[in-house]
Design a protein around this ligand. Structure first.
Ligand SMILES: Nc1ncnc2c1ncn2[C@@H]1O[C@H](COP(=O)(O)OP(=O)(O)O)[C@@H](O)[C@H]1O
Ligand SMILES: Cc1ncsc1CCOP(=O)(O)O
Ligand SMILES: [Mg+2]
Length: 276
């Protein structure tokens, strides 16, 4: 159990990050899958950020220099999308802009795994996946696939996450019942969220987009910004579930709750611990 003062430090950090996103409204470029475009954009808007789903390779040289952060998600990857992802990632890295890689459903095919390994070479600030995705990417081998869903607990992926963080230089975030965030040494657990979030497609993708927005306002503290984004999204899910009748209405209430989050609620509900 964390001491009260450590918990308070995390809670006030989470609130400070959310306030900064609302005040500064960072521009977040998302090259994401077709399933998730709507929910990712609406999640970013509700949090106070400004989403732009710009993915054509011909637009990247003009547009990417203006963004504050980038999110790349391979959930519906085809060969013609990969050059855009690489161009945007490379430009973001060269310009010192933070970017997030979501290796969604990385185990679907050898093509997707190779693409993700190539994207990792372009130095993402954060890699966010579910347990199965992080285990597959870390070992560079696909294993069994359940598509975009995880067949592992996030806690099964702690060693894989640490090893991927060490080899890539990225912060690695594993979503699940407990969200795990590591820089390869420190391991932080975020205990916010609700099981029903798994029953809404693209909540993991939306979380990756939200992490990009939080990185935009605190790029030098990528681990803390990632922890804050995960906690905020989880709290919105918890509040949303209390009003929801099922996944359909949770989707709506999650967005509304994220939009309406206030300081007292955030300070009361943040649940973050050091796991290692
Ligand atoms: N069993 C659970 N309990 C609480 N929160 C969960 C649970 N499973 C997933 N979540 C939350 O749902 C969101 C999406 O995570 P996840 O389902 O792991 O992503 P993905 O859709 O990429 O597999 C995260 O905010 C995560 O914390
Ligand atoms: C169902 C599906 N199929 C390809 S991408 C995708 C969405 C995955 O979203 P998430 O990773 O947030 O569950
Ligand atoms: Mg996912």
């Amino acid at each position: 159990m964390e001491s009260k003062s450590v918990q308070n430090e995390w809670s006030s950090g989470v609130w400070a990050h959310l306030t900064a996103v609302r005040e500064r409204s960072p521009l977040v470029q998302c090259i994401t899958n077709f399933v998730s475009m709507d929910l990712v954009a609406n999640t970013l808007l509700s949090a106070g950020a400004s989403p732009a789903m710009v993915h054509s390779v011909v637009e990247i040289p003009d547009f990417t220099p203006h963004i504050h952060a980038l999110c790349v998600n391979v959930g519906t990857l085809t060969p013609d999308w990969l050059p855009s992802m690489k161009a945007a990632a490379e430009l973001a890295s060269n310009l010192g802009k933070p970017w997030v890689l979501d290796p969604a459903a990385v185990s679907c095919s050898g093509f997707r795994l190779k693409a993700c390994l190539e994207l990792v070479e372009l130095k993402p600030t954060v890699i966010k996946g579910n347990g199965s995705e992080i285990i597959a990417l870390s070992s560079a081998s696909p294993g069994q696939t359940k598509g975009a869903d995880s067949s592992h607990e996030s806690t099964d992926a702690i060693e894989a996450a640490k090893s991927l963080a060490e080899s890539s230089g990225a912060i690695v975030a594993v979503s699940g019942a407990v969200d795990i965030v590591t820089d390869g040494k420190k391991v932080i657990g975020v205990h916010n969220g609700t099981k029903m979030m798994q029953k809404i497609t693209a909540t993991g993708c939306s979380l990756a987009g939200l992490i990009a927005a939080f990185l935009a306002i605190d790029p030098l503290r990528a681990l803390e910004a990632t922890v804050s984004a995960m906690s905020v999204f989880g709290i919105a899910g918890e509040l949303g579930e209390a009003m929801a009748k099922g996944p359909g209405s949770l989707r709506m209430h999650l967005i509304d709750s994220l939009y309406g989050l206030d300081e007292t609620t955030v300070l009361n509900l943040v649940n973050i611990t050091r796991l290692g």
